[in-house]
Design a protein around this ligand. Structure first.
Ligand SMILES: *Cc1c(COP(=O)(O)O)cnc(C)c1O
Length: 352
């Protein structure tokens, strides 16, 4: 039995991460990880990983890493926040800026609702349109924090920068958090708008496009006042939330940024291939600017396809939720993995 004294915590529904099975090797297309390894410099950074330094606390300000990020994104040091995965930033930002209530889409990243509940914040899930696009007007002038993943997950659909500017202008007294976990796969980043709009917090991660989900590194760019608020929360929980090794590999990765942008290009190519193949097999596929596709078939249910693919050693992500239970979210892996996926689907459909 739970020993929570707080009824809100007792009834809290935690986030369910995608499976990370340890029993056998799968073609893993379920958690939007990169199929490509980190760059050479990351390997070197780990090899010479300053083992001796592990006895010391890490730099709580992650200065070197912040400087490099600031340089890369044209920001000041005071406009950059670094954290243990971008989930940490979302957590802090909900706590910091969500007291007046929070708006986010009904179909989006599952953690938004979890963080709102964790902190006991009022929130409203705004329905996506029938085609899973976002109606920007629904988020304008409501006096609440706005949280939108762009591209959205699990749909892969995007908002334009003009639409984001509309959100920023219509909510001057509230924070607009744009979660750009997938932006490197073809979306337009709003980082450049942070200088103009003091209410914009742009959040990114090393987990998807930079092949480092296991290192846990995320960052946010926004006006110094917003960043200072996040720092206050970080320094009130765990100032050392980005460890020495992660700071080292993060810095090494940024020094080889081109390698990662090339990996993204390969993924974009495989995405186009996979979409075409799925459509040939009769799937409806939502247009995606992310490293995954959201697809459904008239011939087989979402859950059934997920189960049958798993039996064949291919893992995809299925959400047993209203509106989307017919779909599966398929991460774009290597070209070879995507060919294997298509072969497996052909076998499954042939047999049903
Ligand atoms: C994967 C993901 C994150 C979290 O990434 P981490 O940096 O690994 O914590 C945040 N937002 C969205 C929409 C994601 O898909």
């Amino acid at each position: 039995m739970s020993r929570f004294c707080n009824p809100k915590l007792a009834s809290l529904e935690a986030y369910t991460p995608g499976e990370q099975p340890q029993d056998r090797t799968y073609i893993k297309l379920n958690t939007n990880e990169s199929p490509y390894p980190p760059s050479k410099g990351v390997r070197k950074a780990v090899a010479k990983a300053t083992v001796d330094r592990l006895r010391l606390y890490c730099d709580p300000n992650a200065t070197a890493l912040k400087k490099k990020l600031a340089e890369l994104y044209g920001a000041e040091l005071s406009e950059v926040f670094i954290s243990n995965g971008s989930d940490d930033i979302l957590n802090f930002a909900f706590l910091a800026f969500g007291a007046d209530g929070i708006l986010f889409p009904d179909i989006s990243y599952g953690f938004y609702e979890v963080f709102a509940n964790l902190h006991g914040l009022p929130f409203q899930k705004v329905a996506l349109k029938e085609d899973f696009s976002i109606e920007v007007n629904d988020y304008c002038g409501k006096g609440k924090m706005v949280v939108i993943a762009n591209p959205n997950a699990p749909t892969g659909r995007t908002l334009t920068l003009e639409e984001i500017e509309k959100l920023l202008k219509a909510n001057p007294d509230n924070v607009v958090l744009i979660d750009e976990a997938y932006v490197d796969f073809g979306g337009e980043s709003c980082v450049g708008l942070t200088k103009k709009y003091a209410n914009l917090l742009c959040v990114q991660t090393f987990s998807k496009s930079r092949s480092m989900a296991g290192a846990r590194l995320g960052f946010a760019i926004g006006a110094p006042e917003l960043i200072a608020d996040l720092e206050k929360i970080k320094y009130s929980t765990n100032p050392y939330n980005v460890n020495t090794l992660t700071q080292a590999v993060g810095l090494a990765a940024l020094q080889e940024n081109e390698y990662y942008m090339d990996s993204c290009k390969r993924i974009i190519k495989s995405r186009a291939y996979t979409k075409k193949q799925l459509e040939k097999l009769g799937f409806s596929v939502i247009p995606s600017q992310a490293n995954f596709l959201f697809a459904k078939s008239e011939k087989i249910g979402g859950m059934e396809l997920y189960v049958k693919l798993k039996e064949k050693g291919v893992l995809v992500r299925h959400f047993e939720k209203d509106r989307i239970r017919d779909y599966n979210r398929i991460t774009i892996g290597s070209q070879k993995q995507m060919q294997a996926l298509i072969t497996a689907i052909k076998e499954i459909l042939g047999a049903c």
